[in-house]
Design a protein. Structure first.
Length: 344
């Protein structure tokens, strides 16, 4: 509202509200005026109250509060947790700027030395989400990278002694190893996580699938396919439809690498039919795998190239840089070697 509109809403003088605007935290309202303000706040909806609490937190220590005593209040914990859940939704939609804004507002607002155990837990979770954003944009190692964010989160979860979170972040660091090309090291770590009781059944099954993914990238396609098939069966038993579809996609690429295009096409068709394609990330990953299989046979090479170009544009528009690098690698393969003859 404007100053005049807010004054009319409260039933006070315009000069009074103008004074509040000028002096801000230095002003101490009279008891009757404070009661009017309290009533206005209580009548506001939940979103407005949360905004008020967030803005109040940004002011820092209140007048008369000794330095170092002001920290995160219980309502800040709730607002922070809500923003984490909102950031998860934005990340799932690949809306990286919105997710980063929600995460960074808390990481920048409260230094770790001002946080209690609950606040430290929320900060560690925020760092994990920051790592996920950086990973999906291809910022893997170095300053401002996923690896750095995950390591900071891992240290905090270790200090808090939360075993399941320690295992989850350690698994994310193994994913970074795979993404930067340290394939056999990643495969060994995935194998350990596949039997790690700190992780959920789903995360253990995903670890097993990723053993195969790393080994397939390393050229060990037949062994990788056996491991992936085992993980696929686990996802079916767990009724994890999306993971089951992803497993078929990765299994299809292992068969492509082994030269069995017919089986690869059958598996990728199962992934395309049964898997979710609601987000840009899902569409890019699935269409990249499908195009890679198509360009591996001269008979479908042109169709694969067209699909690859379309998928590359989507990856570029959504800033999915790691996926874009994978697409560029496939383009390079096609440009230099043409269609790849394989047995059918």
């Amino acid at each position: 509202m404007s100053i005049r509109a807010f004054a009319e809403e409260l039933g006070v003088n315009v000069r009074t509200v103008a004074k509040w605007e000028k002096l801000q935290a230095a002003i101490v309202p009279r008891p009757d005026t404070q009661a009017i303000l309290d009533t206005a706040l209580n009548r506001a909806d939940a979103a407005a109250q949360q905004r008020f609490q967030s803005l109040l937190a940004e002011i820092g220590p209140m007048a008369g509060t000794p330095a170092g005593e002001a920290g995160v209040h219980s309502w800040s914990h709730e607002a922070w947790a809500d923003d984490i859940e909102r950031a998860v939704v934005y990340l799932s939609r690949q809306n990286f700027p919105a997710a980063s804004a929600l995460i960074n507002r808390w990481l920048l607002r409260f230094p770790a030395d001002r946080l209690d155990a609950r606040g430290l837990y929320l900060r560690a979770r925020s760092l994990v989400l920051a790592g996920d954003v950086q990973r999906d944009q291809g910022m893997l190692v170095g300053p401002g990278s996923a690896q750095r964010s995950y390591r900071r989160a891992l240290s905090m979860f270790a200090d808090l002694d939360i075993p399941c979170r320690i295992a989850q972040v350690s698994l994310s660091l193994a994913v970074i190893d795979e993404m930067v090309g340290d394939l056999h090291s990643a495969a060994r770590r995935y194998r350990l996580f596949a039997d790690d009781e700190r992780l959920s059944d789903r995360d253990r099954a995903r670890s097993l699938l990723w053993v195969g993914t790393a080994l397939s990238k390393a050229g060990e396609h037949q062994y990788a396919a056996r491991v992936m098939a085992e993980a696929t069966n686990v996802f079916e038993d767990l009724d994890e439809a999306e993971d089951w579809s992803v497993a078929h996609q990765k299994l299809a690429l292992a068969y492509r690498g082994a030269g069995d295009i017919d089986q690869a096409l059958r598996l990728i068709e199962a992934a395309r039919t049964g898997g979710a394609q609601d987000t840009p990330m899902q569409r890019v990953r699935l269409n990249t795998a499908y195009a890679h299989i198509l360009v591996s046979d001269r008979a479908t090479r042109d169709e694969g190239i067209a699909r690859l170009e379309e998928t590359g544009r989507l990856a570029h528009d959504c800033r999915l840089n790691h996926q874009l690098r994978s697409i560029d690698a496939i383009r390079h393969e096609v440009e230099h070697f043409g269609g790849i003859n394989v047995r059918r």
